[in-house]
Design a binder for this molecule. Structure first.
Ligand code: FAD
Length: 535
C-alpha cells in the first residue's frame, strides 16, 4: 500500500537520501521496510531566514502497513490517481475544430482534441519559435516592431518569452497532466514536484517546439503567420467559418484562445456581436533591484547557497485611502525587464528570465487595480485605457519604443530623474529615457503604488533601495474584457465559438490558461462526435 507523508524537513546541508530515514522514523518502521519513495512536493521554508529548510511530501511503499498509525495530514493513504471521465458526444461536427492562438490555452486544447482524434487546425498570427525569436531580438535591438509577431504573439503565446513560472492558485487535477506533458517535452523533471516550478525562456522555447511536434504526430496541424480577421456566421448566428487574410476556412467549432493583447481581434468579435463585458485589471510599472539584496533579505546568512538559487518575493497592500489594492506580480528572480509591446506606438513592460536565473537582477511588476469608474462604461473602454497610457509612456520615452525609467526614490518623491546614475540601471530594451513615471500612470494608481512601496519597505527592509530603478508602463496584467460563455463553455450568443484562456477572461498565467484550454477541449469532445467525413 502507498502512504503519503508530509512535512519531512531537510536543512541545506542534508541530501535527499536522508528522506528515507526521516520517512521511516515518522511511521516508526525500519528504513529497510520502505520499498520505494517518490517526491510529490518540495517547498522552501525561509520564514526564519537564519534557518532555511526544504519541506517535502513523499509517497512511499511499505510491504506491510499493519501497526502503522495514520495521522492525517502527516501520515495517510496516498490519494488514488485522477481518472478522467470523458465521453464523446453525438452532435454532428462537419469540419475539423479550429483553434485560434497557440498559447498555453490553444495549444493544450489542440493537444487534447488531437489525442481524441479530432484533428484540430491551429491558426496562429505570429511565427514559429525560431523565427519569432529573430523578430523579437530585432525589436529589442532596433525598435522595429512586428505587430503580428512579438513578445505577446507567436508560437507558445505570451509566456514563451517569460520566466516560465508554473505556479497557479488553480486547484485542478488537470494541472498534473499539463506538468507531465511539459516535462515530457523537455522541461526539467523537477517541475513535477517543486512548489514554485519554473522553466525559463531558454528551455521553454524548445518545449514549445516539441509540443508542436507532438500535436502534428497526433494528427493536428498548425498554420503560423495566419491572423483571424473575421467570423462567418450562419443565418441563425452560429459559427460557420473564420476569415483569414484573403481567404475563409469553414468551421462549426472555433476555440478563441487569443490572449489578453489581441485588441484587433477583441474589436472584431465585438463588432460582429459576440457578447462580452468589460472587466477590471491592474496596471503599474516594473521595479528592479540587485538580486543579492533580495537574496540577503529572504535567506539571511544562507544567501548565495547553491541549493537556493535566486530568491523571489510576493507582496500585497490595501490602500484604504484610495480604495485600491496594489501587489507585486510576475516576479522574475535573476531576470530582465522586456519590451513587450504588440501595438504600434505603445510602450509595454514585462519580465523574463532564463532557467538559471543568473542575471544578478530581480524584477517584478508593481501594479494597482483599475476598474470601470477609471476607464468609463463601455465594453472596450478598458482596452482603450491601456492603449492611452502605453502611448503616453511611448511619448515620454521619446519614441522608438524607449521606455520612461526613474530612480525608485525619485518615483516616491514624484520628481523626475535626470539620469539613473547610482542605480543598477534598467535592463529594458530597446532602451530607456530617464523621467517621471508618475506622468505615465493615472494619478491614483501612482499614489497607491507609492504608498504600497513605502509599506513594503517595512516588510523587506530597504526595499526603497538606492540602486533600485522603475521602468514602465506595465499594462498587460490580465484581459480588459471577458467574452461571455455558458456552462458548456460556448459563447452566450454565438454557438460554436468557444472563448478560452486568459484573453477570454477565464485564466491568469500559463498553467491556468492551459487548464482552461483543456476544459474547452473536453466541452467540445463531450458535445460532438468525431465526424466520419474527414477521418
Ligand atoms: P496567450 O499565451 O496570450 O496566447 C494567445 C495567442 O493567440 C498568441 O500567440 C497570439 O499570437 C494568438 N492570437 C491572438 N489573436 C489572434 C488572431 N486573430 N489570429 C490568430 N492568432 C491570434 N504567466 C505565468 O504563469 N508565468 C510567467 O512566468 C509568466 N511570465 C510572463 C512574461 C511575459 C513577458 C508575458 C507577456 C506573460 C507572462 N505570463 C506568465 C502570462 C502568460 O504568458 C499568460 O497568462 C498565458 O500565456 C496566457 O495564455 P493564453 O493561451 O490564454 O494566451
Amino acid at each position: 500500500m502507498k502512504l503519503r507523508l508530509t512535512n519531512l524537513r531537510l536543512d541545506l546541508n542534508m541530501n535527499e537520501e536522508a528522506l528515507a530515514t526521516l520517512a521511516a522514523r515518522k511511521i516508526r518502521v525500519a528504513p529497510g521496510k520502505i520499498t520505494s519513495l517518490h517526491i510529490i512536493k518540495k517547498a522552501l521554508d525561509a520564514r526564519k531566514n537564519e534557518r532555511v529548510e526544504f519541506v517535502y511530501s513523499v509517497d512511499i511503499q511499505v510491504g506491510d502497513i499493519k501497526g502503522i498509525k495514520m495521522n492525517p495530514p502527516f501520515v495517510q493513504p496516498a490519494p488514488e490517481p485522477f481518472r478522467e471521465q470523458l465521453k464523446r458526444g453525438d452532435a454532428l461536427l462537419s469540419f475539423p475544430p479550429l483553434v485560434v492562438g497557440s498559447g498555453p490555452a490553444g495549444l493544450f486544447c489542440a493537444l487534447k482534441l488531437a489525442a481524441w482524434g479530432y484533428r484540430p487546425l491551429v491558426l496562429e498570427r505570429g511565427f514559429d519559435v525560431d523565427r519569432r525569436f529573430q523578430e523579437i531580438e530585432r525589436f529589442w535591438q532596433t525598435g522595429v516592431l512586428n505587430p503580428d509577431c512579438n513578445v505577446q504573439f507567436g508560437e507558445g503565446g505570451a509566456g514563451t518569452f517569460s520566466d516560465g513560472k508554473l505556479t497557479t492558485r488553480v486547484k485542478d487535477p488537470r494541472v498534473r497532466s499539463i506538468l507531465e506533458q511539459l516535462a515530457e517535452a523537455g522541461a526539467p523533471e523537477e517541475i513535477l514536484y517543486l512548489n514554485k516550478p519554473h522553466i525559463g525562456t531558454d528551455v521553454l522555447r524548445g518545449v514549445m517546439k516539441n509540443l508542436r511536434r507532438k500535436l502534428i504526430s497526433l494528427g493536428g496541424q498548425v498554420i503560423f503567420g495566419c491572423r483571424v480577421t473575421g467570423l462567418k456566421l450562419s443565418p441563425e448566428g452560429s459559427l460557420a467559418g473564420l476569415e483569414v487574410g484573403q481567404g475563409e476556412i469553414p468551421a462549426s467549432v472555433g476555440v478563441f484562445a487569443i490572449g489578453h493583447s489581441a485588441r484587433d481581434t477583441y474589436q472584431m468579435l465585438f463588432d460582429q456581436g459576440v457578447l462580452m463585458e468589460a472587466k477590471p485589471f491592474a496596471m503599474g510599472l516594473r521595479v528592479e533591484h540587485p538580486q543579492s539584496f533580495i537574496d540577503q533579505n529572504q535567506y539571511g546568512k544562507n544567501a548565495g547557497h547553491p541549493k537556493l538559487g535566486a530568491a523571489d518575493y510576493a507582496l500585497s497592500f490595501r490602500d484604504k485611502e484610495r480604495g485600491r489594492s496594489a501587489y507585486s506580480f510576475c516576479m522574475c528572480p535573476g531576470g530582465v525587464v522586456v519590451g513587450a509591446a504588440s501595438e504600434t506606438g505603445g510602450v509595454v513592460t514585462n519580465g523574463m528570465s532564463e532557467h538559471a536565473r543568473a542575471s544578478g537582477r530581480a524584477n517584478a511588476a508593481i501594479v494597482a487595480t483599475v476598474d470601470i469608474p477609471d476607464f468609463g462604461d463601455g465594453c472596450l473602454k478598458g482596452m482603450e485605457f491601456q492603449r492611452k497610457w502605453e502611448q503616453i509612456a511611448s511619448y515620454r520615452g521619446g519614441g522608438n519604443y524607449y521606455a520612461p525609467a526613474q530612480k525608485l526614490e525619485d518615483f516616491l518623491q514624484n520628481r523626475p530623474s535626470a539620469d539613473l546614475a547610482g542605480t543598477i540601471g534598467s535592463s529594458y530594451r530597446p532602451g530607456v529615457t530617464p523621467g517621471n513615471l508618475r506622468d505615465c500612470l493615472p494619478q491614483e494608481v501612482g499614489e497607491t503604488i507609492a504608498a504600497a512601496i513605502r509599506h513594503w519597505d517595512r516588510q523587506i527592509k530597504g526595499f526603497i533601495h538606492p540602486q533600485a530603478v522603475v521602468t514602465g508602463v506595465e499594462t498587460r496584467t490580465s484581459a480588459p474584457v471577458r467574452i461571455l460563455r455558458n456552462e458548456r463553455l460556448v459563447s452566450m450568443n454565438t454557438p460554436g465559438l468557444y472563448p478560452a484562456g486568459e484573453g477570454a477572461g477565464y485564466a491568469g498565467g500559463i498553467i491556468s490558461a492551459a487548464v482552461d484550454g483543456l476544459k474547452a477541449a473536453e466541452a467540445i469532445i463531450s458535445h460532438y462526435e468525431k465526424p466520419k467525413e474527414f477521418f
